[in-house]
Design a protein around this ligand. Structure first.
Ligand SMILES: NC(=O)c1ccc[n+]([C@@H]2O[C@H](COP(=O)([O-])OP(=O)(O)OC[C@H]3O[C@@H](n4cnc5c(N)ncnc54)[C@H](OP(=O)(O)O)[C@@H]3O)[C@@H](O)[C@H]2O)c1
Length: 280
């Protein structure tokens, strides 16, 4: 039972990763970004998810510094994730991209570094770079994002290290059963992106009905469903009241029956690109 915002899952290398973090996709550099990150940390969030392509690592870094100071906690108390973008996939390129991300964030290590998308013919060299960074102690954990089962099988056929995390689009309309089963069997922690389907699920009549029954919001029902399914989740908001709302999911439990009813909403429907058909 996950009962606290700072509760963690243990990755297969022993590193502890918070079950819930803040996402910052589509948040531009600026005060709103800095304030969002700071507000999350002072509210008790211990995990922040960014990526090189979001173009906001400098502001995320500033929010982290200010948040840590205001909360009176050390860097080690925080779990920071970034991702290598497609244009930088390659052994040397990925090593360099990692340094660039660290510099922008103003950090001397990341907790988790991910290959953002499974670009055919490129992700294996990038993975070797992540393994090098990991073995050199420069990053606490390494993983992938948007990998389907066949991508994972292909990567792992040559990999020395099994990815610790696979971050994929995941919400009640896209339950990713195959990926989830595969990851569970291999000890790869699944992590949900766009857990709220970028807001598109919040007016769903069945979820609204459940929310009324549990005395919670639709967003809270969905995020609790993630956690009870063993999936790490990183909802994005820049609004302090929603940052707080999204973290208020540790004082209730959804029944097994309702968990099933939520999962039955699956339509294999994506809000983001399909990892088997993308052209960027
Ligand atoms: N690996 C990948 O390829 C990938 C792809 C996409 C996203 N991600 C990561 O996953 C994170 C989350 O995904 P996302 O940003 O796409 O979408 P999301 O978290 O599903 O939804 C964010 C949207 O919902 C709104 N919202 C948040 N909390 C709410 C609440 N309690 N009530 C009502 N509305 C709420 C936000 O608006 P306000 O900000 O106005 O509150 C925003 O418009 C990203 O930020 C990023 O870190 C990764």
């Amino acid at each position: 039972m996950i009962t606290h915002l700072q509760d963690t899952t243990t990755l297969h290398n022993g590193v502890k990763m918070p079950w819930l973090g803040l996402g910052v996709f589509q948040v531009e550099e600026g005060q709103e970004l800095v304030n969002a990150v700071k507000s999350a940390i002072t509210h008790g969030y211990r995990s922040i998810d960014t990526a090189a392509i979001y173009g906001n690592e400098s502001g995320v870094g500033q929010g982290i510094r200010e948040g840590l100071q205001q909360a009176g906690i050390p860097r080690e108390a925080l779990f920071v994730t970034s991702k290598v973008w497609n244009a930088d996939l390659g052994y040397e390129e990925t090593l360099a991209a990692y340094e660039t991300s660290l510099n922008k964030l103003g950090l001397d290590y990341l907790d988790l570094y991910l290959i953002h998308w499974p670009v055919a013919g490129k992700y294996k060299d990038a993975w070797r770079a992540l393994e090098t960074l990991y073995k050199a102690g420069k990053v606490k954990a390494i993983g992938v994002s948007n990998f389907q089962v066949h991508h994972l099988e292909d990567l792992m056929a040559d990999a020395e290290i099994v990815p610790m995390v696979n971050q994929v689009e995941y919400h009640p309309r896209l339950t990713q059963r195959e990926v989830q089963t595969f990851c569970r069997e291999r000890g790869i922690q699944m992590e949900a992106w766009s857990p709220l389907m970028q807001g598109q699920l919040l007016d769903h009549p069945f979820l609204q009905e459940l929310a009324r029954q549990y005395g919670k919001s639709v967003a809270q029902i969905i995020l609790r469903w993630d956690l009870q399914n063993g999936v790490v989740t990183i909802p994005k908001s820049t609004k302090p009241h929603r940052i707080a709302e999204n973290a208020d999911v540790f004082d209730f439990a959804i029944t097994a029956e309702d968990m099933e009813r939520i999962s039955a909403l699956n339509e294999n429907l994506r809000v983001g690109p399909d990892p088997d058909h993308f052209d960027f």
